[in-house]
Design a protein. Structure first.
Length: 68
């Protein structure tokens, strides 16, 4: 079961360290960008039932159909 923690500066800096971000990296990033990286890292371990093929989004939106 995940631990629920109140967001604070120490937790934010811990997450930055886990991502390998340094001060000069953070100087050019917003907090939202860091959180986007955290979400993407978490998604790297997900297994998705459907994988998009090249051109699949265009076909999906042009035809209004379903994928897969």
């Amino acid at each position: 079961m995940p631990t629920e923690r109140e967001p604070n500066g120490a937790i934010f800096m811990l997450r930055c360290a886990e991502l390998g971000l340094h001060g000069e990296d953070l100087a050019q990033m917003s907090i939202g960008m860091v959180y986007d990286l955290l979400v993407e890292r978490a998604n790297d371990h997900e297994k998705y039932a459907v994988r998009m093929e090249p051109g699949g989004m265009r076909a999906f939106f042009a035809g209004g159909g379903t994928i897969g």
